[in-house]
Design a protein around this ligand. Sequence first.
Ligand SMILES: [Zn+2]
Ligand SMILES: [Zn+2]
Length: 390
Amino acid sequence: MACRASAIWDEGYLSYDFGEHPLSPVRLDLTVRLARELGVLDRLEIVRPAAADERQLLEVHDADYLAAVRRAGSDPSFTGYGLGTEDDPVFPGMYEVSALIAGGSATAARLVSEGTVDHAVNIAGGLHHAMRRYASGFCVFNDVVLGIRTLLAGGAARVAYVDIDAHHGDGVQVAFWDEPRVLTISLHQDPRFLFPGTGLPTETGGRGAEGSAVNVALPPGTDDDGWLRAFAAVVPGALRSFGPDVLVTQCGCDTHHEDPLANLQLSIDGQRTAIQLLHRLAHELTGGKWVAYGGGGYGVVRCVPRIWTHLLAEASGSPVDPATETPRGWRQHLRGRGVRSALPDTMGEGRQPQITEWAPGGESWLDRAIGATRNASYPLLGLDPDDPRD
Ligand SMILES: [Zn+2]
Ligand SMILES: [Zn+2]
């Protein structure tokens, strides 16, 4: 597939830095270095983001929250609005870099909306937990909400959002809860066992937008095949029924089996398959219009760089074979930075993920979880929860 794709990138993104914290900007730096060494960046148009201005940010956040983020950036003792907490500590320049990342996600949306490219990727984006008037879950500004609003303002009649992060995409769901033009689908670890505690199958959208939210609550320990079974049983059917003009995806990779913050068990190979499926759905349903953002992912060395390099490569239309060796120069760079742990030798983990079909009546926790989502959401989308072909 020859795909016209852009990557939105600016070294300035690396200032989104909470200090001693799981969300380290090193993961973005190592991703870009890996993608560059593999030649992936040569197949993409690299576009520098313009920071989101106040008018744009006011579409997503309240004015007093924006003022609070500004103050927090110059006052290390600031607390309030979710800021100055363990999850969202304050740091100098917080407003400016958060606005740069949000602007990058708006830029990605605009390029796809205007037809400049088919696909646009902003790996620094995907900060899906930020709320209208408070920071949450490492997220200051909700760049995803800004991206989707940019698409709607650009003429999209219907936008579908698929969030594959290990955590529920709560900030995006809340923002579009009453909005029938936006379908939000989130697959995540069961919220009874993981932050943010929302994302149950019974959350299906507000009044006038019934069926516009879809939630799959996966059992802890779900592996590649289980995750892909849930995806195949819910996502394509819901998307086909909704009929979006554009697909937006949050590609958080904290679903990985080594991720320190969540308890899913996907491999790089399984995550790569998920991204391939999303790419294919964009070509099937939206004429290829696909906006992809990053998200969570705390395996800074062994997970994030590989999977988001696969994301960039997939968007370029030239996927990287998982058997490809990781470049020597990249590994040397890691050793030079003092990384002593085992480095990945190849771009995959040698797994062969399988997509197995879900059928109603399965008694496993996973099959019951899939059934719960289909029972809650499918009738609202005009689909039959018990028909596996839907
Ligand atoms: Zn494509
Ligand atoms: Zn996450």
